[in-house]
Design a protein around this ligand. Structure first.
Ligand SMILES: C[S@@+](CC[C@H](N)C(=O)[O-])C[C@H]1O[C@@H](n2cnc3c(N)ncnc32)[C@H](O)[C@@H]1O
Length: 198
């Protein structure tokens, strides 16, 4: 399954089936709330779905997958910068400060040490008052057996509970607000959105 999803068009098709077409514009409008001219860093940008729904921003996307980065360059050209590399402290320093950092569908791919590092990098990349937004599948007591099975079969090996996600973000960001959503995707699914303010 991982190998199949490595092809950008298969990834996009899977996202279309699971997330549907309303999710990304709604998430950008309600949660990201970018303003024209904002500097946006997208960690694990995938095929760049969020950029499609943003106004004219200064967008920098990082992903480990070269095919995904190639797809971003073909689709968005000069609307953003796209880099196939892991984000490191040096890279963050090279790109200056951002108003918004996104890590959408990323934290559940990272173990606790990698996730803590990602939160620290994200914080260091933000201007004071800037925000990191994360969105990941989450286990809750009130979700169906179907959703639990979907989460267990996710490509990410570190789907967590809400307290476990918050425990990673809170030591790095003083202010973390979190909301559990059961209604964001086309199919039944539960995600946790965290907004971490510097
Ligand atoms: C589930 S996909 C989400 C992609 C995109 N954010 C979206 O919402 O469609 C997770 C992405 O994170 C990338 N990724 C995982 N760990 C990463 C890391 N340490 N640095 C950069 N990208 C990473 C993977 O290559 C993959 O494209």
């Amino acid at each position: 399954m991982k190998a199949i999803l490595a092809a950008p068009w298969v990834y996009d098709l899977a996202q279309y089936i699971i997330r549907g077409t309303r999710y990304a514009p709604r998430f950008v409008r309600e949660c990201v709330r970018p303003k024209p001219g904002d500097r946006v860093l997208d960690i694990g940008c995938g095929t760049g779905v969020m950029l499609r729904y943003m106004p004219e921003v200064k967008y920098v996307g990082f992903d480990m997958s070269q095919p995904y980065i190639d797809a971003c360059e073909q689709r968005f050209g000069s609307r953003g910068e796209f880099h196939c590399q892991l984000l490191t402290a040096d890279t963050v320093a090279d790109y200056g400060e951002f108003d918004i950092v996104l890590a959408i569908g990323v934290v559940h791919h990272l173990d606790d040490a990698q996730a803590s590092n990602m939160f620290s990098l994200a914080r260091s990349a933000l201007v004071p008052g800037g925000r990191l937004l994360t969105l990941d599948g989450v286990y809750t007591d009130d979700q169906s057996a179907f959703v639990k099975r979907m989460l267990r079969n996710d490509r990410g090996e570190y789907v967590r509970t809400e307290p476990a996600y918050k425990a990673l973000a809170a030591p790095v960001f003083g202010t973390v607000s979190a909301s559990v959503r059961h209604d964001l995707f086309r199919i039944p699914y539960t995600v946790l959105i965290m907004e971490c303010t510097k």
